[in-house]
Design a protein around this ligand. Structure first.
Ligand SMILES: NC(=O)c1ccc[n+]([C@@H]2O[C@H](COP(=O)([O-])OP(=O)(O)OC[C@H]3O[C@@H](n4cnc5c(N)ncnc54)[C@H](OP(=O)(O)O)[C@@H]3O)[C@@H](O)[C@H]2O)c1
Length: 343
């Protein structure tokens, strides 16, 4: 019997996702078709469903993060073959094409945004990474963002490195990816989280973790960062308050760059340079960076444990009919976990 594809469709903003069949997508040039076995939720999913941000044509299939098995490769794909287990960053947010959404059993993903995963890694763990990795990698390594050195094949020796990066929001999805990528690239990482997530941040390589709700946070971070050469900050949370805290730290250090995950507030001091990350640019505008991270770095880094699936997967159900509950659970708020549906 020919395979079928069930998908969770958004027909109207502010309405529940509707489960109905969708065509199985055909992979185009530099794309692969994947049978998804696990998908992860991201804040942009509920923002799109409930806030119409960013606006786009309807009906549509939302979702960014997949892990599964390759079913078919498109023209020009030489780095993958049918049957491989991969994680991938789907790009429907950018293309508006249903085949590029992750909220379905079969998705089409760009080969430069996919990485082979180790045999012993569960799909539900692997799927927590892609969008967070793209976001953190763009913020840390893109020349228009912090422009840091890329991680090489070997660990450069992170603890004790004289150059430090500040990651605000180390227990978030983007923050956990940023800690790991910056450490892999040889930087010392200082980060913030709630005390209950200090051990998570440390386990990923952060040298020091600070309570983000402490009244002395700006002074504490400034004092700690003064011991290093400052390489820049990634604010994974980027609310007005976090931006102003990070900007105050940088102003006291004499200036620097902040990579933001949300639009900048107006009140940033002039010595501080802020720039918003658009994660999908790693697969559209700077494919070389996408390839360097996903195809060249991640497969070995996942095998060796230099990059671990984080935050911890919280599997809410099996089957596309659980996606709506998963979106709603993320919208209600998470702390050091990633909401996942297995398929
Ligand atoms: N621009 C882009 O391309 C792009 C891409 C991906 C995501 N984003 C955006 O980036 C943001 C983060 O996404 P995500 O998926 O990483 O979020 P997430 O994992 O859902 O974030 C939850 C975490 O945020 C932490 N947090 C909340 N308020 C905090 C604060 N004031 N200081 C420090 N940590 C705080 C919590 O830490 P504790 O529980 O430890 O307090 C919690 O662990 C979202 O706004 C998302 O829309 C943007």
């Amino acid at each position: 019997m020919a395979p079928t594809n069930q998908a969770a469709w958004l027909k109207e903003v502010n309405q529940k996702l509707e489960i109905r069949p969708s065509e199985i997508g055909k992979p185009g040039k530099d794309e692969i078709l994947v049978r998804n076995h696990a998908i992860a939720m991201n804040p942009i999913d509920w923002m799109q469903q409930y806030g119409a941000y960013p606006p786009g044509p309807l009906p549509r299939i939302l979702g960014n993060d997949i892990a599964g098995e390759i079913v078919e490769v498109g023209e020009g794909v030489t780095q993958f073959k049918k049957g491989q287990r991969i994680l991938g960053h789907c790009t429907a947010l950018n293309t508006d094409e249903p085949k590029h959404g992750s909220f379905q059993e079969y998705s089409v993903a760009p080969a430069f945004g996919c990485a082979e995963i180790p045999d012993n890694m569960k799909y539900e763990d692997a799927c927590v990474l892609p969008l967070a990795i793209s976001t953190a990698a763009l913020g840390l390594f893109h020349k228009d963002q912090l422009g840091l050195d890329l991680p090489g094949a070997e660990q450069k020796g992170s603890l004790g490195s004289s150059e430090a990066v500040l990651v605000w929001g180390g227990s978030s999805s983007v923050g956990t990816a940023a800690i790991q990528l910056a450490v892999a690239a040889g930087y010392t990482v200082l980060t913030t989280s709630s005390p209950r997530n200090f051990s998570l941040c440390k386990s990923l390589g952060a040298s020091e973790v600070f309570d983000h709700s402490s009244l002395s946070i700006v002074g504490d971070l400034t004092e700690a960062l003064q011991k290093y050469e400052f390489a820049g900050a990634l604010d994974a949370i980027s609310t007005r308050d976090t931006q102003l805290n990070v900007a105050q730290v940088l102003a006291q250090l004499g200036g620097g760059k902040i990579a933001l995950t949300l639009p900048a507030t107006q009140e940033i001091p002039a010595t501080v340079n802020v720039n918003m990350i658009i994660a999908v640019f790693i697969l559209t505008q700077d494919k070389a960076l996408g390839k360097a991270i996903y195809n060249d770095f991640l497969p070995d880094a996942l095998k060796s444990g230099r990059i671990k699936p984080a935050p911890t997967a919280d599997v809410v159900g099996h089957g596309v009919e659980h996606i709506q509950a998963a979106v709603d659970k993320l919208k209600a708020g998470v702390s050091g976990s990633k909401i996942v549906v297995t398929l």
